[in-house]
Ligand binder design. Structure first.
Ligand SMILES: [Zn+2]
Length: 411
């Protein structure tokens, strides 16, 4: 996508104050009550629409939109073995591209502007991200339980190199699938390579109780301690799930500065028996994010619905309605980003007349009453990706993704 022309927004409401905003070169250059358009600016009259930071999907497998609703009543291992894996063997980059375009379309519509992705054919996902105008950190899944360690290392490095050339919106990461699908050797290599090349690590961890039992059995320690022993825990490590972390693991994860990403809807759909304990994680000092997990196992990419479930399940499980104030829950879903001058020009304008947002505290409404349908305008790097609820070219993307799913025999 070409660089966006300067953009000015007038009449937006930020924390009950009417403000203007200007973006240039992909960044916010002015924000406040007196900010007005300059000659040559593209202009949006927000007409009283709330202005908020966008959502960040901390864990997904975007192109799995293709698998949505396919074999979804099967238990996890049968779903993978009978529905997902046989089809994944036939995947071509073009399938992944259109599956990821569909995911990006949904995320734009639902106000999510950045995501952390783990899936095959990473350069196809990167192309989809670039063409959609979103941001993503992408990695190819690594696993070598049945051998092939060297092949995996080559695939990871190839992906990292391709992504380095994929443009400014897609970033590379190393994404070992999990401690049960990846050998100790490949995990150590991941830690060393991430340190050498300054790459983030993104891994599924402590998703099922069985994983913890097996880890104790094989390695004598719980999953987070095992990863720490191999050097994988650091400030750029994202741990998806963390359902079964105990207190020592939470303290370790906090000390190392990792981010734990809760995926409560996927956890409940796959019936893993729990969700990340937010209060324990927060009190230990862990940075917590929110993810959908793959659209094959959620099945929605509307992070608003995950946010509501996340807040509800924390309240319900703790028996404490004050365990996560709405504004704090919102901050989890947005990665704690506050809009400000010098920051990236990524923001949302919500529907000015949305009934769900018309009364009461905005953040409480956003967490408990809203869905992604309250998003009117999505802007990333100063580019308007959706305006008035319309994403240009959206219908064509849906049709192409359906064609690819049909080709794969999923319908
Ligand atoms: Zn996942």
């Amino acid at each position: 996508m070409p660089e966006a022309p300067p953009l000015a927004v007038t009449g937006a409401v930020l924390d009950r104050e009417t403000v203007g905003l200007r973006c240039e070169g992909g960044a916010i250059v002015a924000l406040g009550p007196g900010v007005a358009p300059e000659p040559g600016d593209e202009t949006i009259d927000a007409a009283g629409a709330p202005l908020v930071a966008p959502l960040v999907n901390g864990h997904t497998h975007a192109a799995m939109t293709l698998f949505r609703g396919y074999g979804s009543d099967l238990p996890l291992m049968r779903w993978l073995r009978e529905a997902v894996w046989p089809v994944e063997e036939k995947l071509e980059p073009e399938d992944v591209y259109w599956g990821a375009r569909l995911a990006c379309l949904e995320m734009i519509r639902n106000g999510c502007t950045a995501f952390w992705d783990m899936y095959w054919h990473t350069s196809a996902t990167a192309r989809a991200v670039g063409d959609s105008g979103l941001r993503a950190t992408i990695g190819t899944p690594l696993f070598d339980v049945n051998g092939g360690t060297e092949k995996m290392q080559e695939a990871a490095l190839e992906s990292v190199e391709e992504l380095a050339a994929a443009g400014p919106m897609a970033h590379a990461s190393l994404t070992p699938h999990s401690i049960y699908m990846v050998s100790e050797e490949l995990l150590r290599w991941t830690a060393e390579t991430a340190a050498e090349r300054d790459l983030p690590i993104h891994i599924h961890l402590s998703e099922t109780e069985q994983e913890v039992v097996d880890c104790l059995d094989r390695h004598g320690v719980r999953p987070a301690a095992y990863l720490d022993r191999l050097g994988l825990l650091g400030e750029r490590t994202v741990l998806a799930h963390g359902v079964w972390f105990d207190q020592d693991e939470l303290e370790l994860v906090a000390e190392r500065g990792c981010t734990a990403v809760a995926n409560p809807v996927a956890n409940m759909k796959l019936a893993v028996g729990g969700v990340l304990d937010y209060r324990a994680a927060r009190d230990a000092g862990v940075r917590v994010g929110l993810g959908t997990d793959g659209p094959g196992s959620n099945d929605s990419l509307d992070l608003f619905s995950d946010l509501k479930v996340f807040a509800l399940v924390q309240r319900h499980a703790s028996g404490d309605a004050s365990v996560i104030p709405a504004r704090e829950a919102w901050a989890v879903a947005t990665g704690g980003v506050e809009l400000g001058v010098g920051g990236p020009a990524d923001f949302l304008l919500l529907k000015a007349g949305a009934p769900e947002l018309s009364l009461g505290d905005l953040y409480s409404d956003l967490v408990y009453a809203a869905s992604g349908s309250v998003v009117d305008t999505t802007v990333v790097a100063g580019r308007v990706l959706m305006r008035g609820g319309e994403v240009p070219g959206g219908e064509g993307i849906v049709a192409r993704a359906a064609e690819r799913a049909c080709r794969l025999g999923i319908d």
